[in-house]
Write a new protein. Structure first.
Length: 456
């Protein structure tokens, strides 16, 4: 089995050229066969009539001498039959087999008729004409030998096939080098990527299918590089997020071994251990949920729900967080029904409203409004809190990303809430974006289709 594409291309071309040339030659010969035979018949008839005129004008002996010296006998063969069946030949057959003359054909010509027969082959014609001499009527049969036209066609076909095969072979040998070269580059690049090296430059600028493949390969390589970078950042973030509570748990657990601790200190240490363990459990649950959402193994259970009522219920459920800080809500919610996964969408409003409450100042106002058109509904959740820097707004939906690290202790969280929100909204075929200025507050704009596709 041939595995080299280079050899396959060359062999395919050679087979195509040889087969195409042979087929073309036989096809052209078959198409022009009748034309060549017709031309041969005309030439042979003209030559035969000239011979007949010679025997009419000249005496028999002089006519025989004249005809035997004609140069046309290189292409034609003449047989002159007596009524007894004996005949004289003029011209050399040159290895060609003479066409047979039947008794019926001989009798017909001797009676003054004309015989014309096309034997097998190209431009091979037998012509019988009556020949009147002073010795009486004789039968003259003329036939073509290897006509120059047929010989030329055969030679030309052979030369054409040979030249086309040689020239085509040389061209395909050169062209296949340029064809296979980018494929070899792609093969080497694949091996380097498999080894973990993503700094590969192909420099393939072709506009053919190979060029398209190379550009797709470069895009894939760029995506793999980003995925590898995200994987490394994920491992780093998980290690950091897990290490912090583990350090606290380990430290306070060791402190509990001291025998001179008071009951208040022991209780405080235990509360810290429980809180850190609860934080680790929450982070683990968020990681699992996000993993399920990203793999889409968790299918949406679509039901018809009142979106305005759902948001109001989430606000009521979060009342212990905002009422203690004297934060107020201003609602502008229309009566809107959509098809969505109730539990998943409930998580969206819980995470976004929870963030708005967390990053608002005491006594602030959070505004929730809603707009609806024929196909979708737009929900805006605005606060007047600390805001988000412009360079951080593009990354707030990444896992473990926290917009302001200086507030990481003050504002507790794992940095995965908005990543979960983004994934849930995407599964609903919706969109989420953020508008914010540091110190001025933040607005989340969520667009959801009223009837998402059922295959989501």
């Amino acid at each position: 089995m041939i595995r080299s594409i280079y050899i396959r291309v060359v062999l395919t071309f050679l087979v195509s050229v040889i087969a195409g040339t042979i087929i073309s030659f036989f096809a052209s010969t078959w198409i022009f066969k009748d034309k060549l035979n017709e031309n041969a018949q005309i030439n042979l008839r003209n030559f035969g009539q000239d011979v007949v005129q010679i025997y009419k004008i000249l005496p028999l002996r002089e006519a025989d001498l004249f005809v035997s010296g004609m140069k046309q006998l290189n292409s034609y063969h003449i047989r002159i039959y007596e009524p007894t069946g004996q005949f004289e030949t003029y011209g050399n057959l040159n290895g060609h087999k003479s066409a047979p003359v039947t008794s019926e054909q001989l009798k017909k010509v001797l009676d003054g008729g004309v015989v014309q027969d096309t034997t097998n082959g190209i431009a091979t014609v037998l012509l019988g004409l009556p020949l009147k001499t002073e010795m009486g009527t004789k039968a003259m049969f003329l036939e073509t030998l290897s006509p120059p036209s047929a010989t030329f066609v055969v030679k030309w076909g052979v030369i054409f096939a040979t030249c086309s095969l040689i020239a085509g072979s040389l061209i395909i040998l050169v062209a296949s080098v340029y064809l296979v070269r980018p494929i070899k580059k792609l093969t080497k690049a694949t091996k380097r990527i498999a080894a973990g090296d993503f700094n590969v430059k192909l420099n393939i600028k072709q506009t053919t299918e190979i060029g398209t493949l190379a550009r797709s390969f470069e895009e894939m390589m760029h995506d793999l590089q980003q995925l590898e970078q995200m994987r490394r950042e994920f491992v780093t973030n998980v290690s950091h997020e897990v290490q912090s509570p583990l350090t606290s748990i380990s430290g306070y657990a060791s402190a509990l071994k001291q025998v001179n601790l008071t009951d208040d200190e022991r209780s405080r240490y235990l509360d810290i251990i429980i809180a850190e363990a609860r934080r680790m459990s929450k982070m683990s649950d968020s990681l699992l949920k996000l993993s399920l959402l990203e793999s889409q193994s968790q299918q949406l259970r679509l039901t018809t729900l009142r979106l305005d009522e759902q948001i109001r219920r989430v606000i009521v459920a979060l009342q212990p967080q905002w009422s203690a800080r004297n934060i107020h809500f201003e609602l502008d919610l229309d009566n809107v029904k959509i098809m969505a996964d109730h539990d998943q969408l409930n998580q969206v409003w819980t995470n976004i409203l929870g963030n708005s409450i967390k990053f608002s100042k005491d006594g602030d106002i959070i505004t929730v409004s809603m707009e609806q058109d024929i196909r979708s509904v737009i929900v805006r959740i605005s606060d007047t809190g600390i805001g988000i820097a412009l360079e951080d707004q593009k990354r707030i939906f990444e896992r473990f990303f926290k917009a302001d690290r200086s507030h990481s202790r003050k504002y507790d969280g794992s940095g995965m809430g908005l990543a979960i929100v983004k994934q849930i909204v995407s599964l609903h075929q919706g969109d989420i974006r953020v508008e914010s200025e540091p110190g001025q507050g933040t607005t989340f704009i969520i667009t959801l289709p009223i009837h998402p596709p059922m295959d989501s």
